[in-house]
Design a protein around this ligand. Structure first.
Ligand SMILES: Cc1ncc(COP(=O)(O)O)c(C=O)c1O
Length: 401
């Protein structure tokens, strides 16, 4: 058998170094657990950046995928297929919206949202051609395409990738007055993560999302909520916007919509907004393919039961109760989050995010650092309370608490 070290060396020799993975080589996974090539088990506290909300190897999702694999997997949108209408109808219904535009990755869905908002701005709002402006927040993470990194404030994500796409204004996240000052007659959309995931699970101040909703409505500006990481059960609700009773004009969805089985993303909005597209103006060979629709339909059915939202609420309350004392102990500077989702800022006296992740790996727990000092805890929502407690025990151990 090839050793993990050999596999890692071969990966490093033959792949671009656009990631810095932890030194573990996963071979199989089930539920909240992964097993490496040597048979060692690890508790997954990352869940594929929330793509695996319903767990590894979820039976319902695998069965749906298997059944569809035997029927038809790809038609392209040149033809209709018999899962497409159901997928669009049911996703629109889940979102309380009217139309769906399916894509594959999250970044593609964000690009789609940007194109939709601009076209709506020109065709419906009446913004003069070429002047559409979209307001975003600092510390955002919406993906990696050239347009999306154009409005990133992370130097690592941006440097050397210019020239940058114009048409974006950046305001401080959570600052309603700054947002209000930035809105002008050319503004077509405000694009925000309801909770900023990659930034370290930053929850905006209470009232912010409701304030954004009121402001955008009064200025005829679209509120576009990127729920790619925050949505589909993670925070205890189907959408994180629900915590403030907010319904945006457009949801941008991805990650868990494909159940960790395959990439499925979508923009979901009203007829007024998504109705702006005509044939030939936007598309994707794989977007809305039968396999993707079959898996996503099962994801929607799972979400309809409310079971995982409930789990995320209950286990999330427990998680945050367990994490809070770490701040009092001095090992951790801050804990943020909502539902089964937490950003934990490690006090420098206990190491940085990467060293803590490596020490956890050695004890059989998988997490990933973000922005130096922070680790993110976002287990699959199927995790048992006992397993979560075991993982938190290992965290206390590596922090010396
Ligand atoms: C909020 C948000 N938007 C967009 C993306 C990009 O998704 P993808 O990596 O599928 O392109 C991510 C990925 O982490 C995300 O967290």
């Amino acid at each position: 058998m090839t050793s993990p070290e050999e596999i890692i060396a071969a990966a490093e020799a033959h792949s671009a170094h656009n990631y810095h993975p932890l030194p573990v080589v996963v071979a199989t996974a089930e539920g909240a657990w992964m097993t490496d090539v040597a048979g060692r088990r690890y508790l997954d506290l990352l869940a594929g950046y929330s793509a695996l909300n319903f767990g590894h190897g979820n039976r319902r999702l695998l069965d749906a995928a298997r059944a569809q694999l035997e029927r038809v997997t790809l038609t392209s949108r040149a033809f209709h297929h018999d899962r497409f209408a159901d997928f669009c109808t049911q996703l629109a219904e889940l979102c309380g919206m009217e139309l769906v535009l399916p894509m594959n990755t999250g970044a593609e869905a964000v690009e789609t949202a940007v194109k939709t908002a601009r076209k709506w701005g020109y065709r419906v709002k009446g913004v003069p051609d070429g002047r559409a402006k979209i307001i975003v927040a600092d510390n955002n993470f919406h993906g990696r395409t050239t347009t999306i990194v154009s409005f990133s404030t992370d130097p690592e994500a941006r440097a050397d990738f210019g020239p940058y796409t114009p048409g974006f204004a950046i305001v401080p996240y959570g600052d309603l007055a700054a947002l209000e000052a930035a809105v002008d007659d050319d503004t077509v959309a405000v694009l925000l993560e309801p909770i900023q995931g990659e930034a370290g699970v930053l929850v905006p101040p209470p009232g912010y999302l409701a304030g954004v909703r009121a402001l955008t409505r009064s200025r005829n500006v679209l509120f576009v909520a990127d729920e790619i990481q925050s949505g589909l059960g993670r925070t205890g609700r189907t959408f994180a916007c629900e915590h403030e009773g907010v319904v945006p004009d457009m949801y941008v969805l991805g990650k868990a919509l494909g159940g960790g089985v395959l990439p499925v993303s979508a923009v979901v909005s009203s007829r007024e907004v998504l109705g702006v597209f005509r044939p030939g103006e936007h598309g994707s060979t794989f977007g809305g393919n039968p396999l993707a629709c079959a898996v996503a339909l099962e994801v929607i059915a799972i979400l309809r039961t409310g079971e995982f939202q409930q789990r995320a609420t209950e286990l999330g309350d427990h998680l945050h109760r367990e994490l809070a004392p770490l701040v009092d102990s001095g090992a951790v500077d801050a804990v943020r989050g909502r539902g089964l989702w937490a950003g934990v800022d490690i006090n420098p006296s206990r190491g940085d995010g990467r060293t803590v992740s490596e020490r956890l790996l050695a004890r059989g727990v998988l997490v990933k650092d973000t922005h130096g000092a922070t680790i993110r805890i976002a287990p699959p929502l199927v995790i048992s309370k006992e397993d979560l407690d075991w993982g938190l025990g290992r965290l206390r151990e590596v922090l010396g608490v």
